[in-house]
Ligand binder design. Structure first.
Ligand code: GN1
Ligand code: MG
Length: 362
């Protein structure tokens, strides 16, 4: 799906916005197109990628349900729900979605002022805050009616299915790139047998299904510009029933690395146990009491498998010709895949260290 760099007047009008200046494109996400619009307040306008999310309506139903639920809980605790969760702005007709004249889906929400999203970890304190925010998100949603949530992307964190998709991409070899990725295909294949660990435990009823965020990179937590405290968890498109290990693991993948997800120089890419410890401390302080012994034991598996999984997804997208993730140059998805596989390798080596840290913060 082509990305857009503009917001047409009909979209502003639909949401009743009369901005003075042009909308600013915010380009950090890989999937949706996001714009900041200023009129009397600041607003986020987002075009939903309907190639990735087949039913934007389902997403908005999930988000409306979850944010209203969070709003009530945050208010009940004496917090500020306008900053603690997203607020959806509806169209004049009362809808949370606007379909423009070209058939594209748009939504609008408040911009949380005085808080920012950070792509890279600037301090261990920041990571600890991210851990606390996602731990709290999960615990606030522990009694959310999970059966009312739509599965916005089916099998999103089903690692065996991701392996099957990689195999399919290799068979099709749509972009003619298969011969360049032999080493990466072998790396993945060696790990396929073990890739079903979490899904097996879920199927056997040994791990509980919870309401999870499923895209828990640190940049999906807004941090207060003054205090550095976590303010609000954003990007709720993939809130679905899932495993604690998914959320914990995806955060570690993104937050406990010494380099960006697309750093091409692998000598800079390491899995750092101090960063792991900081996140773990924050996460367990907010969610630890509610977790079962097996959930705690499988948190490091979540880290390893979420990292492996997204590496496989980047690799499959490279083979498919970059149809899913936003890329800035032709090798971008391959660079990302190699980067993630390097982290997987180090997570395998440092497993005992992760286990010890989890014990320390219990
Ligand atoms: C995508 O678009 P963004 O940056 O929120 C992807 C995640 C990946 C992430 C990798 C819906 O998230 O699963 O972990 O890229 N989201 C979807 O950076 O596929
Ligand atoms: Mg996302």
């Amino acid at each position: 799906m082509e990305h857009t760099t503009q917001v047409a007047p009909e979209i502003l009008e639909a949401f009743g916005l009369r901005p003075q200046g042009a909308a600013t494109a915010l380009t950090s996400g890989h999937i949706n197109d996001t714009f900041l619009v200023e009129d009397e307040g600041k607003w986020i306008l987002q075009r939903i990628n309907h190639f990735v999310f087949p039913s934007p309506q389902d997403i908005m139903e999930n988000i409306t349900g979850v944010t209203e639920f969070l709003r009530a809980k945050i208010a009940a605790r004496g917090g500020d729900p306008d900053r603690g969760t997203l607020t959806i702005r509806k169209t004049a007709g009362g809808s949370s979605l606007f379909i423009d004249s070209t058939g594209e889906f748009w939504r609008c929400m408040t911009y949380v002022d005085g808080a920012s999203s950070h792509e890279t970890v600037e301090s261990t304190a920041m990571l600890r805050e991210a851990g606390r925010a996602f731990g709290e998100f999960q615990s606030l949603l522990c009694d959310y009616p999970a059966d009312t949530l739509h599965e916005t992307i089916v099998d999103f964190h089903n690692t065996p299915v991701r392996f099957a998709q990689l195999r399919e991409a290799a068979e099709k070899n749509a972009a003619g790139r298969l011969s360049q990725v032999e080493a990466e295909m072998a790396f993945a294949a060696q790990r396929e047998a073990d890739g079903s660990l979490l899904m097996d435990l879920l199927r056997e009823g040994k791990l509980p299904l919870r309401v999870t965020h499923n895209d828990t990179k640190m940049s999906n937590v807004l941090m207060d510009n003054e205090t550095g405290k976590a303010v609000c968890v954003i990007d709720l498109d993939t809130v679905m029933p899932g495993l604690t290990a998914f959320d914990f693991g995806d955060s570690i993948r993104a937050g406990a690395s010494t380099a960006a997800e697309d750093e091409a120089d692998l000598s800079k890419v390491h899995f750092d146990l101090d960063l792991f410890a900081a996140y773990t401390e924050g996460f367990l302080s907010a969610a630890g009491d509610a977790l079962t012994p097996l959930e705690l034991q499988t948190l490091p598996d979540g880290a390893r498998l979420m990292t492996l999984e997204v590496g496989i997804r980047f690799l499959a997208d490279y083979l498919n010709g970059d149809v899913y993730f936003r890329t800035a140059y032709p090798e971008h998805n391959l660079v990302r895949a190699r980067n993630q596989f390097q982290l997987v390798r180090e997570m395998e080596e440092k497993r005992a260290g992760m286990d010890a840290i989890i014990q320390r913060y219990l």
